[in-house]
Design a binder for this molecule. Structure first.
Ligand code: GLU
Length: 288
């Protein structure tokens, strides 16, 4: 069993992160497996080296250990580019020059834009019908969802769009989860490469999980809906689909889920107040 914790160094780790990391660590250790760390730093405008340093420090303090060197997404751009070229050559992605404003204006037309797992669906302004023949441009690239679904559902030996959920989704979904292609159509032509980063969360996460040999993805329930997109990409890129375990979210006393800016629940605050890692385990419900 290989699990991972994949934080973005854009702020302090809070109790929700501690829970996710400790759960992934405990599960790997209990099975005699390996827990890995990955730094999701594709958004170089928001990541800071001091947050990355703080992540290592907090996780060590929590008693976790992981193999070095740690994978960092900023080192993996050539891999992301290679996968994009492959999708480009198959006519499955297209360049998009729309600004946020163009999209908002197109979406204000009444019948368009059903919200999906990735926000409101892109209205398709830049979608082109013939397969691209030019070299792949250095622009935002979107997945042609209808074409992607046609490929994965019609090719010989099609792999079913499904995954095993060992935790639970927001509506207690678990076991074999069959993905309804309509959910993906509703997600629309999602961005696979942002112009500024050359990749996206969805693309990087599936390539990285494969590169790290992750067998069990343990993460918060807020990412359950994104799993449909991840399974589709694994299918298109012929990557293995790991088992997923979406866990409950840690909430504050008002029932609100913790956010990065929620400094009051930062691990560092509890440490400074003299708490121990056992106190943290208790706070997140890993110990009675
Ligand atoms: N980097 C993501 C986050 O900090 C986690 C991604 C994942 O576990 O798939 O929320």
């Amino acid at each position: 069993m290989r699990t991972r914790f994949a934080p973005s160094p854009t702020g302090p780790l809070h109790l929700g992160h501690a829970y996710s990391a400790m759960l992934a660590h405990d599960m790997a250790k209990a099975a005699g497996g390996t827990f890995l760390l990955r730094i999701e730093d594709i958004d170089q405008t928001r990541t800071r080296p001091e947050w990355e340093a703080q992540i290592y420090d907090d996780l060590q303090w929590l008693g976790l250990d992981w193999p070095r060197p740690v994978m960092r997404q900023s080192d993996r751009l050539p891999d992301y580019r290679r996968a994009l070229s492959h999708l480009w050559a198959r006519g499955l992605i297209y360049p998009c020059t729309c600004t946020r404003r163009d999209i908002a204006e197109a979406l204000s037309a009444p019948q368009e834009g059903t919200p999906g797992p990735d926000g409101p669906a892109y209205p398709g302004t830049c979608r082109i019908n013939p397969a691209p023949t030019d070299p792949m441009p250095d622009q935002a690239l979107r997945l042609n969802m209808a074409r992607a679904l046609a490929v994965v559902t019609h090719r010989p030996l099609a792999r079913p769009l499904r995954f095993t959920e060992e935790g639970a989704g927001p509506n207690e979904e678990h076991g074999q989860i069959n993905i309804d292609p309509q959910t993906l159509m509703d997600a629309g032509d999602i961005v696979l490469a942002r112009r500024e980063f050359g990749t996206s969360y969805h693309l990087s996460v599936v390539l990285d999980d494969t590169a790290q040999g992750i067998t069990h993805v343990i993460r918060g329930r807020d990412l359950f809906a994104a799993t449909a997109i991840h399974v589709l990409l694994q299918n298109l890129l012929e990557l293995p689909t790991p088992v997923y375990h979406h866990h409950r979210l840690i909430r504050d006393e008002h029932g609100k889920r913790l956010a990065k800016r929620d400094d009051a629940r930062a691990i560092a605050k509890f440490r400074a107040a003299g708490e121990t890692k056992e106190d943290i385990r208790q706070r997140v419900g890993l110990e009675p």
